[in-house]
Design a protein around this ligand. Sequence first.
Ligand code: SAM
Length: 232
Amino acid sequence: RLFVDEPLGPGARRIDGPPAHYLLQVMRLKPGDPVKLFDDRTGEWLATVAAAGKRDLTVEVTGLLRPREAVPDLWLCAAPLKKGRVDWLAEKACELGVDRLVPVVTRRTVVDKPNTDRLRAHMIEAAEQCDRTALPQLADPVKLPALLRDWPAERTLFFADEAGGAPALGAMAGAPGPAAILIGPEGGFDAEERDLVRAHASAVGVSLGPRILRADTAAAAAVALWMAAAGD
Ligand code: SAM
């Protein structure tokens, strides 16, 4: 099962680069073998290997197995974390069905420029492994004040605040519709940032419980709670 970064449709298609390496050297596919392809646009397609070279292969795409899934309207706005932790976060955002991952640069953010290629690669791998037909969009990093200034009014911003707030599950169940979750960096938001977010018209401060969670854990827990509240 493989992600292809261009629209799929019936007909022959050449695959090269790392995906070809995976299919030829790891999966050891031979002519006649089936393979499933998905593109994050049309859905998942069945294909058959038509020819296999050393570094590339040609597949014949035959039929649409399922259209691209509907994705819950949830954004995850999270401060970029150190490598490893942010990779995990991107993977879980994809598995849990987040529609858009927005890296938010805050005063205590340690990594200002996350490696978006690497994050996308982690999301693609998660989608391949977890039978997803859709990937989260990966937004350009944005500073917190700019994020709040340009915020779409109709989207509730659940601000995960370890200092306290309404219990997250109830607050999320009580505010259906387009939503986003805001998670701070390893060092948390500073007092001024916290005031700025809390004063925003779309923000709802929520607590994930009395224990302080690591930022990546908080992100996954908050997304899971929102999905449970939304029935998604
Ligand atoms: N120092 C740890 C780390 O390295 O990950 C903890 C960081 S915690 C301050 C980072 C973010 O997780 C916070 O800004 C907040 O958004 C979220 N968070 C952690 N625990 C939380 C809780 N119990 N309730 C709400 N949000 C929480």
